[in-house]
Ligand binder design. Sequence first.
Ligand code: TXA
Ligand code: MG
Length: 309
Amino acid sequence: MTEILRPPDIARAAQLLRSGALVAFPTETVYGLGGDATNDRAVAAIFAAKGRPSFNPLIVHVPVVEAAESLVAFDERARALAGAYWPGPLTLVLRRRANCPVSLLASAGLDSLAVRAPSHPVAQELLRAAGRPIAAPSANRSGRLSPTAAAHVVAELDGRIAAVLDAGPSEVGVESTVLDLTGTQPTLLRPGAVTAEELAERLGPLAAAEDATIRSPGMMASHYAPALPLRLDATSSRPGEALLGFGAAPDASLNLSPTGDLVEAAANLFAHLRALDRPDFAAIAVMPIPARGLGVAINDRLRRAAAER
Ligand code: TXA
Ligand code: MG
């Protein structure tokens, strides 16, 4: 059985991580499935617990930029972005340093490594207490919705991981923006709370992520999927369908944000999809979400959840 820990138990969670055990923990985006990134067996256990294809690399979490600089080669762009957005929901893909202590499994055979410093205070405290980089994909079974609450983690991974550190719901609700800086032109591999427009303002035009599927298998078309089919851009539900609303929607089964607030909608996205993913519905109809700001990331996750599988 997976142990449920609370923020006062952070020292115990850190001790479990140091001993090679897996601990799910809260971040501001979604819950992560943490393991010691420098321990090959712990990293292998992450892939096993999730049922994740081993060609899909993991994000390594650190509390501060200095800790990341000892793992990967930072250039001026990376330094400026980390200065502006860390700690926060931006993941940078950079080249591994020659003496990088992170398990090669976490890079899935690539010469790059994804790094991020999460801003959630519990994640910050845990990473400092663990005292080593922590590999953490989203704490769901591979291909399923990311968890935004400890209960979601328990529902999918109970008995497969040592503990879950429960600190309430995740604030942002969609996974971090992933930006690849290994090439001359930065490439957006996954949209998130740090928007492409913001990044382009600092970096100039971003490269199109057409081939991002290969570089970032998390970009596979069908991903983040509930069991039920999804019908997007629905204005009303058909018989048997649940209706996931956005904005004014008196008939909605659940509403991402009755006031049409994209930040609130992102925070509710995965929890509402989970709640409606029930066998008594035939499908989930989702009302249109405007494609600006966080709406880009929300629509990205909805398209993947709706994709043929
Ligand atoms: O918000 C988040 O990023 C959460 C929390 C827990 O931090 N983590 C998360 O991890 O979403 P995961 O493993 O579910 O997604 C990581 C994404 C995947 O799309 C993966 O393919 C990509 O990052 N990625 C990781 N390392 C990479 C690398 N070296 N090169 C390219 N893409 C990489
Ligand atoms: Mg994931």
